[in-house]
Design a protein around this ligand. Structure first.
Ligand code: DX5
Ligand code: ZN
Length: 229
């Protein structure tokens, strides 16, 4: 974990009528710049909420040079996820609970030029999917039930983060460990101590008066917690 903690603001908590400006608010220079922009794609079936899809992502990709992190909370990602990779997303994450052939899907995502991400819901054990994860670049540990922003962080998922961190540090996995849900000034330190590399934050960034300042503050808190540990 030599690199700085990565911060990925989730635009789920942004003003959907002004998405370009909301992304620009965290795309300046220096410490206020987001490392990734996290885009939550929900289909109203895999999760009980509906957000946006590929046409909106294609427009957002044209509007910013910050790497895009697409989190697909959809059924049949085998069919739909490669389109996001072809469009130019940096990382495309699918849910293991939804994928039919996650190993083939990872290969397809990488062949289309993206990093391949695998997400697990709070109740999904990590151990069942370790072989599959060998084919992935990113592990997205959900720390809330997927579907909505602004929920409370579930601390028990940090056991999965610790396990994944250990497997990466001993060379058994090569994934970047990402966490999503309820990350804010109060929770980011415990997640950083557990070994998270990349922190998604929706309401903590877009609910703040200055989203760029929130990005900088979250990254600084994570870096400090990691050093102290
Ligand atoms: C929830 C989404 C999250 C959400 C996080 O299903 O995957 O990315 O935007 O929002 P906060 O940070 O407010 O919990
Ligand atoms: Zn998400």
């Amino acid at each position: 974990m030599a690199h700085q903690p990565l911060i990925a603001p989730s635009i789920l908590s942004a003003d959907f009528a002004r998405l370009g400006e909301e992304i620009a608010a965290v795309a300046g220079e220096g410490e206020t710049r987001a490392d990734w922009i996290h885009v939550d794609v929900m289909d109203g079936h895999f999760v009980p909420n509906l957000t946006l899809g590929l046409p909106v992502v294609q427009s957002l990709l044209k509007s910013t040079d910050v790497p895009m992190d697409c989190h697909l909370m959809i059924e049949d990602p085998d069919r739909w996820a490669p389109g996001y990779a072809e469009a130019g997303a940096h990382n495309v994450t699918v849910h293991v609970e939804a994928a039919h052939d996650p190993v083939m899907l990872a290969k397809n995502l990488r062949a289309a030029g993206a990093k391949a991400g695998l997400s697990i819901k709070p109740g999904t054990p990590l151990e069942d999917h370790l072989d599959t994860l060998k084919h992935y670049d990113t592990l997205l540990v959900m720390s809330v039930e997927p579907g909505f922003g602004g929920q409370s962080f579930i601390p028990s998922v940090l056991d999965k983060v610790r396990t994944a961190r250990g497997l990466v540090d001993t060379g058994h996995l090569t994934v970047l460990v990402e966490i999503d849900g309820g990350i804010n000034a109060d929770t980011i330190e415990q997640a950083a101590e557990a070994g998270v590399d990349c922190f998604v934050a929706g309401s903590a960034v877009y609910g703040a008066a200055d989203p760029g300042a929130a990005v900088a503050a979250l990254r600084a808190s994570a870096a400090k917690a990691r050093e102290a540990h």
